[in-house]
Design a protein. Structure first.
Length: 210
């Protein structure tokens, strides 16, 4: 694949978050969630700016001598997500790191603990990576996976039968797909997937280096 430009579409997390709020408050379709009309109108006003966002993505260009895949995930109370980058080293010594894809989910209506949400983010990253690797059809030199939860990282290194059901079921899948990859801890302050879980405005996203 050569150079391409990815145009971001409708930020569905924001829309889904409002939909979740409507469900939680049990309001009818014609009713406005309390104290949210102003936020919704602001969101609609800023929405056209998303059309200005372009993300150049080089993937598997010629003269590459080494290719690594980096995966990051994060979760907070509203949403969780995962993102994948490709790190490429070229014959002339140049290196590039580019965003390849990302995926996000709005947190379920049924409240989960923050650790269970962090585990859900790792589960999402595992699913995303397992779907992306066959598409690239390339032998990656290394595949690194990062989470900002040391507890969750300990879980995925634990035998599933020693864990409670919610955790055990997800760890079984994670172990079967991605346990052999290089799982590492990353502080929230330097985690690029934090922008998914924390949320951001269109204007701030345009200025982001991530």
């Amino acid at each position: 694949m050569g150079e391409c430009v990815f145009y971001l579409m409708l930020p569905t997390d924001e829309v889904s978050a409002y939909r979740t709020l409507v469900i939680k408050t049990k309001l009818g379709i014609d009713h406005t969630p309390p104290n949210k009309l102003k936020d919704w109108l602001k969101f609609l006003d800023l929405l056209p700016e998303i059309n200005l966002l372009q993300i150049p993505r080089h993937i598997l260009l010629p003269d590459v001598i080494s290719t690594d895949q980096y995966g990051f995930c994060d979760s907070l109370e509203k949403a969780f997500g995962a993102v994948i980058y490709i790190f490429s080293e070229f014959i002339d010594g140049e290196v590039k790191t580019n965003l390849v894809c990302s995926e996000s989910r709005v947190c379920p209506i049924k409240a989960l603990t923050i650790l269970h949400l962090k585990l859900s983010a790792v589960f999402l990253l595992t699913s995303l990576v397992s779907r992306m690797i066959p598409i690239f059809k390339v032998l990656f030199n290394r595949i690194h996976m990062w989470s900002d939860s040391e507890v969750v990282l300990a879980w995925i290194r634990t035998l599933p039968e020693r864990l409670k059901t919610f955790v055990s079921n997800r760890v079984k899948v994670i172990s079967s797909l991605c346990l052999d990859y290089d799982w590492r801890f990353i502080p929230s302050s330097t985690n690029p997937s934090d922008i998914i879980s924390s949320g951001t405005s269109d204007a701030d996203l345009l200025m982001s280096s991530l």
